[in-house]
Design a protein around this ligand. Structure first.
Ligand code: F0G
Length: 458
């Protein structure tokens, strides 16, 4: 008999979680204004809100916490982090920040000005926020196939090179850099191929522009290159990472994802001028250069986390769990962005709640139903998150309307995946009886999804 696949770790510490009753959940939802961000975590049974900062650290990482050096300047833990980043990426200059958006804030303060155009592949919402708040524009050049959720293609996170070239041909003087998000979170955790990264580099060189990677899930991207792209199956994850980053000039990093830590981030670059420019902002915004928003102990744990998560076995364990969840959804017929991505299943709500009009936010409605059903917290990555157009103030209904079920790293077991899938199946089976969605009763002008107040329609 073939030996089955199993996790590349064993469990040393557990955290109890609790189920709730439907009656309790209905009350909690009402108190939370039907916005799952407003729930208390104790009201959630299985939390798939995000894979960001929610993973389990290893015994080695906890051991590193104890050896952290809290010196204000020149901390040993900083150099452990810096050396690890340099080894994985080839970037010599490293600036810690307290998380990914802080890295964006520091770097974009140096690089982005009003009127600029920043092309990329489905900029993450904080990335877009940091561009738009500087009165610049984020132009999405993702390949069109990313919108066809039922199409199986290996690299749906890619940049459409013709679209990118066109943006540069028309606006070269306004483009400070190109930003590539690996993996492409917004399009469903979809990877970007090495060939595509190489092609982006060529376009950048043609117009003499720099390329920045938003690298939150770079290791998962490397895993997909290894298993899906020709010529990479015999390369190590580290070798693939070195090649990926060889096509970039700098990176922003949310270490809360592929860094396997609960908080942290950094900027890294090969260029002294970028480093010098960012330095001017990290000190007032985040902290001195060798800690920039992070504790020494957290930098030490991050250095270990980056090493662990650039090992094939660790990534294989993770991605196979997501694939297991997706295989259950296949069995039940629930439509999601195919093939499943690296950190989450993105359920295509517009194909599930077909009777709920888009003006009543189908993905948010499905998020609420899923929580009601079994206390599972997903996250709307759809029309509410898309915010309003900054000029017309109209809702942006042009994109996809997903419920993202993000899976924290090394946290839940396959049994939890079965519960998530069953809960989703139950909603799916009664989908035709769900005809009304939700309406917004209050919203913030920017990034409304965190605090929006909603009311169910009936
Ligand atoms: N870039 C990407 C691709 C992200 O997914 C995130 C965060 C960030 C940047 C910002 O990093 O949270 O450390 O400030 N994504 C989380 C998510 C919040 O749930 O997808 P951060």
């Amino acid at each position: 008999m073939e030996i089955p696949f199993a996790e590349a770790w064993k469990i040393k510490m557990v955290e109890p979680i609790h189920k709730s009753t439907l009656e309790q959940r209905l009350k909690w939802l009402e108190e939370a204004n039907y916005n799952v961000f407003q729930l208390k975590s104790d009201q959630v049974y299985i939390d798939c809100l995000t894979d960001s900062g929610t993973g389990a650290m290893s015994d080695r990482q906890w051991a590193a916490i104890m050896t952290g050096d809290e010196s204000y300047a020149g901390a040993r833990s900083f150099f452990e982090l810096k050396d690890t980043v340099t080894e994985i990426t080839g970037f010599e200059y490293v600036i810690p920040t307290h998380q990914g958006r802080a890295a964006e804030n520091v770097l974009f303060s140096h690089l982005v000005k009003a009127g600029d155009i920043v092309p990329g592949n489905s900029h993450f919402d904080t990335t877009k926020g940091h561009i738009e708040s500087r009165k610049a524009f984020a132009v999405d050049c993702t390949v069109d196939i990313a919108k066809d959720t039922q199409l199986e293609a290996p690299f749906k996170g890619n940049v459409d090179i013709d679209k990118l070239d066109k943006v540069l041909a028309e606006n070269a003087d306004k483009v400070p850099f190109i930003i590539i998000t690996i993996t492409n979170n917004t399009a469903g955790g979809q990877p970007v191929s090495m060939q595509n990264l190489r092609d982006v580099r060529k376009v950048a060189d043609k117009y003499n522009k720099r390329v920045i990677f938003d690298s939150a899930r770079f290791a998962e991207n490397a895993y997909f290159i290894k298993v899906r792209e020709e010529g990479y199956k015999d390369k190590t994850i580290r070798e693939i990472c070195r090649e990926m980053f060889s096509y970039a000039d700098a990176m922003t990093m949310s270490a809360k994802k592929d860094g396997l830590v609960n908080m942290g981030g950094f900027i890294a670059t090969r260029w002294e001028d970028i480093y010098e420019g960012a330095k001017n902002f990290v000190i007032p915004f985040e902290g001195y250069l060798t800690y920039g928003g992070m504790n020494g102990r957290d930098m030490a744990a991050l250095a270990v986390g980056l090493r662990e998560n650039t090992e094939f076995d660790m990534l294989e364990t993770r991605i196979k769990q997501i694939e297991f969840l997706a295989s259950l959804l296949d069995e039940y017929g629930v439509p999601y962005q195919r093939p499943v991505g690296g950190h989450a299943v993105f359920v295509d709500a517009s194909k599930v709640l077909t009777k709920v009009p888009k003006e009543e936010f189908p993905a948010q409605t499905l998020t609420v139903e899923l929580y009601k059903g079994a206390g599972i917290r997903g996250c709307e990555i759809g029309y509410i998150l898309a915010d309003r157009d900054p000029v017309t103030r109209e809702n942006r209904f042009g994109g996809l309307d997903f419920v993202r079920l993000a899976i924290p790293r090394r946290t839940y077991t396959d049994n939890h995946m079965k519960v998530i899938a069953a809960a989703l199946k139950n909603v799916y089976d009664r989908r035709d009886s769900i005809t009304r969605g939700v309406e917004i009763v209050w919203e913030a002008p920017l990034m409304r999804h965190f605090t929006v107040k909603l009311k169910p329609l009936s």
